[in-house]
Design a protein around this ligand. Structure first.
Ligand SMILES: Cc1ncc(C[n+]2csc(CCOP(=O)(O)OP(=O)(O)O)c2C)c(N)n1
Ligand SMILES: [Mg+2]
Length: 912
């Protein structure tokens, strides 16, 4: 122990060489060091550390300019050999199981690429992570866990490195959970057989995968917020506290994604000791080295230690123990520390002789240390991440650690076991085919009993159920509470929410002007008070509560804080003070849309992961939604996440003064791309009420795998009463209904105007102008969702194409408009393509007005003029359409341009 501590000091001292080079009294230094060594040896390491800290503090308070603290430890394992506990499993049986899994994972990819060249898949990643996975599966990952009352609760959550999925499938195949047919149909999901998706996709395999991880960076972010949300649920009494963990297995290349590192201080600030990252440091990414000229493990160590994480490095396997212990003068560890990752990678592919010469050959004393080892032995010296003993010690320390999250940095070899076919080579990530010789080598290396004449097809191998191996793995999983990964919907459906909450909104505001954001907030406040679902609501805000007028909720339900409120809020004496509480309900995330959507995902999938129907409402600046965090929304969709996304301050022209970066005119276009998302751009209070009530029912009572996007705006407007009559509610939900019929039904000139969001009020003004000034009788339609109309229309068209000769289905748009006379004009605060998406079902040609182009810093009136979506442009577009239909003379339109005050030579907003 003392020797190692001395070395550590020495190495750190070398890093801080300038300080020591000016040692003016080496004898005195030696005395101090000796005294300190004595304390370390005779008292305790804690005492020795305490004294150092005390001295440092004293020095700092005396104003000394000390060198900055080093966040690195030497390039060796964090856990000392003497602190390792005996391995609790049977290493030999586990090795054999792992070998078979390795083989099947490889075979899965090779087989597919033989029969379908280019179908892809990854061999090298699982090959490097296999030991990390298997130690986890055999000893750590608990599928269920007991709470303090002895009741079974959901166990650990594991985010598996996405493209290591062949190994996860191969294990499930051995466990008997996946059939031979399934593994034979890896990446072939459309062959009339049950296949396996390329990566973890709950959408495609809803009983198996829980967390989509293959978009690099999302796993880290999601895992942090998942662990945090568990604490939130515990602190609010929604789930029983347990010591369950969230594990995230990540690639070292993946750590370059900003999302991977972006929220790590939240994890330490929240003391998330229920969170464990494991980074598979195989030193390679897709193209080549992650840090050829540096050291990824050291870099990540410093980052995470600096951020307050517990860092455990697993670099060297047991083969190195005696060498490291005999390294009395620190030569070996110094050499280990000076080699770059690129050079280490070279050692992986080179012979033992090369390793001896290049690594140890720099100093005769180093060479002597490995005299007793043959070149072959040297070449086979295992790394920490391939040694179950080291990995187990690290995982054990990680799960036992308290007070901060842990990251395990495990050094591995990419393509481990592939030999010439790719082990450690730059091409290994892409290696999908093995020739017969390479297959034969792989088979021999891992001892798989497959005869030569079958080898060519790389067949799967499954030991019989009665074999020691299968028996062992089943027993381990039974001990750990069941199989993993597994996704099970645990929550019972909710009863429908009481109508009473929504009725107020059907009445309208009798001329009082309110924004749809205010309507939403009022509805949310009511839902929060509901005795049944109130506690399940999770309001999520990225530092915009005041923007959206939500500050009243601070006091009503409190802001979640894991430590309560340790200060006297500055506005304590006001009614709506900033109240933080341990059981606070609002997740006030700070300025992170990526973090907020991760909370949304955790809350919106708790129905499956925890069996609790939490209902998240995430409200944000609509511009920073699909555009900023679209990939996370896609992941939410894949995960069958439920809940409501609220795009606040939405629309290109409703957000006055904010300009180009804030004014969103395309989130509804981007929302078209998410298959199970319903997107609405409501204009009126009652529409919001109808949509949210139906949404809660569909998601939480009927348990549909859908979620919602609603845009709300901050323009105060008088909210009308919900029109009486059949079909209004249905129309709101399906996407359109006639809001107002013209008083001039008998007029010769007729028009149908579509309005959405706040632009609806421009449409209503246009209707009046058309009737009063131009004698055009115009009906007004509220289009709440172009997306729903587009989806349903396509559904009908497709059915009709596939069922020739049968009575064709008529799209809802066509049904609704079939008797509507006149020309069709649509206006919204979004791009023109949105209304155009339904034009094929509009009986005659549709003129679409929208807000293509960059925003401007201006007020609403000028913006609507600029983008040509105000009442005068709607009137002009209607007259233009009538002229095109030869119902009026072109001269009349020309006249109108002047009368309406339209500047025909204004720049085109779409391109200016
Ligand atoms: C956001 C994103 N960008 C790119 C990719 C494509 N991709 C898949 S694996 C990979 C390399 C991964 O390297 P690393 O994280 O080190 O994992 P390893 O396979 O080495 O364990 C890349 C670039 C992706 N999946 N996600
Ligand atoms: Mg890597």
């Amino acid at each position: 122990m003392q020797a190692k501590a001395q070395l550590e000091q020495q190495i750190i001292a070398e890093q801080q060489a300038p300080l020591h080079s000016s040692d003016s009294d080496p004898r005195e230094t030696a005395e101090w060091l000796e005294a300190w060594d004595q304390i370390l040896d005779e008292e305790s390491p804690q005492r020795a550390a305490y004294l150092l800290t005390a001295l440092t503090e004293r020095a700092r308070s005396a104003g000394l300019d000390l060198p900055p603290p080093s966040f690195n430890t030497p390039y060796w394992n964090t856990i000392r050999v003497e602190d390792e506990t005996p391995y609790p499993g049977d290493l030999e049986i586990e090795r054999r199981i792992k070998s078979v899994i390795r083989w099947n994972a490889m075979a899965m990819v090779v087989q597919q690429n033989k029969k379908d060249p280019g179908i892809g898949g990854h061999i090298a990643t699982y090959a490097s992570i296999a030991t990390l996975m298997e130690v986890g599966f055999n000893h750590f990952f608990r599928a269920t866990i007991k709470d303090q009352a002895g009741a079974n609760q959901p166990g650990d959550f594991v985010y598996f490195q996405g493209h290591a999925s062949p190994g996860i499938y191969a294990r499930a195949f051995l466990e008997g959970r996946l059939s031979q047919t399934q593994v034979e149909h890896f990446r072939h999901e459309l062959r009339g057989q049950q296949g396996l998706s390329s990566y973890p996709h709950p959408w495609l395999m809803p009983d198996f995968w829980r967390f989509p991880t293959v978009s690099m960076g999302l796993a880290s972010l999601n895992a942090i917020y998942q662990a945090r949300f568990m604490r939130y649920m515990e602190n609010r009494g929604l789930i029983a506290p347990t010591d369950r963990k969230v594990w995230a297995f990540l690639g070292d290349g993946e750590m370059d994604e900003p999302e991977s590192l972006g929220s790590i201080t939240l994890a330490s600030r929240e003391r998330l000791d229920n969170l464990i990252f494991v980074v598979n440091c195989n030193l390679q990414r897709l193209d080549g080295p992650v840090r050829g000229n540096g050291k990824i493990i050291q870099e990540l160590e410093a980052i995470f230690r600096g951020a307050g994480w517990n860092v455990i490095k697993v670099i060297w396997g047991s083969d190195w123990d005696s060498l490291i212990q005999n390294d009395r003068d620190g030569l070996l560890v110094k050499r280990m520390g000076e080699i770059t990752d690129g050079q280490y990678q070279k050692y992986f592919v080179e012979s033992g002789a090369y390793f001896r010469h290049n690594f140890f050959g720099t100093d005769p004393r180093l060479l002597k240390m490995v005299d007793h080892l043959s070149d072959e032995q040297l070449a086979r010296m295992r790394l920490g991440g391939h040694d179950p003993i080291k990995v187990h010690a690290a995982f054990k320390a990680a799960v036992e650690h308290r007070g901060s999250p842990t990251i395990v940095l495990a050094k591995t070899i990419k393509g481990y076991g592939l030999g010439e076919a790719g082990e450690g080579k730059n091409i290994t990530h892409q290696q999908k085919k093995l020739n017969d010789e390479e297959l034969s080598m792989f088979r021999s290396r891992f001892g798989i009993p497959i005869p030569d004449d079958e080898l060519h097809n790389a067949p799967f191998y499954r030991p019989p159920n009665e074999s020691v191996e299968i028996h062992y793995m089943q027993e381990r999983r039974t001990q750990l509470g069941g199989y993993m990964p597994e996704r099970k919907v645990r929550a019972k459906p909710l009863p429908p929410v009481a109508d009473a909450h929504f009725e107020e909104f059907y009445k309208g505001t009798e001329g009082r002007e309110v924004s749809t954001t205010m309507v939403f907030v009022r509805l949310l406040a009511k839902l929060l008070r509901d005795p049944e679902i109130g506690k399940l609501i999770v309001p999520i805000i990225p530092d915009e509560a005041r923007t959206f007028g939500m500050e009243a909720l601070f006091r009503q339900v409190g802001i979640y804080s894991s430590v309560g409120q340790l200060y006297e809020p500055v506005d304590m004496d006001t009614l709506l003070y900033y109240k933080e509480a341990k059981n606070g309900q609002i997740l006030e995330e700070g300025i992170t849309e990526a973090g907020s959507i991760s909370s949304f995902i955790a809350a919106g999938t708790a129905y499956a992961n925890h069996g609790i129907n939490t209902i998240p409402f995430f409200i944000y600046y609509s511009m920073f939604g699909f555009q900023r965090i679209g990939d996370l929304i896609w992941a939410a969709a894949d995960m069958r996440c439920r809940g409501f996304l609220l795009g606040g301050t939405a629309g290109r022209t409703t957000l006055a003064g904010e300009g180009l970066q804030h004014q969103d005119g395309h989130s509804h276009v981007l929302a078209l791309s998410v298959p199970n998302l319903l997107a609405y751009d409501p204009a009126f209070a009652y529409e919001i009420a109808v949509i949210i009530q139906d949404g809660i029912k569909r998601m939480y009572t009927d348990q549909e795998s859908i979620f919602y996007y609603l845009t709300v705006t901050n323009e105060p407007l008088p909210m009308p009463e919900m029109p009486a009559g059949k079909g209004i509610r249905e129309g709101i939900l399906k996407g359109m209904y006639r809001f107002k019929t013209s008083d001039r039904k008998d007029a010769r000139l007729r028009a149908q105007l579509f309005g959405s969001g706040t632009i609806m009020f421009e449409v209503l003004k246009a209707q009046q102008i058309l009737e009063e000034k131009y004698g055009v009788g115009a009906d007004v339609w509220s289009v709440t969702s172009y997306k729903e109309l587009y989806r349903e229309g396509n559904d009908c068209e497709r059915w009709n194409m596939l069922h020739p000769g049968e009575t064709p289905r008529v799209p809802f748009v066509a049904q609704s408009l079939k008797d509507a006379p006149g020309v069709f004009v649509a206006a919204s605060d979004y791009m023109k393509v949105l209304p155009e998406s339904i034009s094929q079902w509009v009986p005659r040609s549709l003129t679409s007005l929208g807000t293509d182009g960059f925003g401007r810093s201006e007020n609403r009136e000028s913006l609507r003029d600029f983008f040509e979506v105000d009442a005068k442009h709607i009137v002009l577009a209607t007259l233009h359409a009538l002229a095109r239909e030869k119902q009026i003379q072109p001269e009349l339109v020309k006249q109108a341009v002047g009368d309406l005050g339209v500047n025909p030579d204004k720049p085109n907003p779409a391109i200016s």
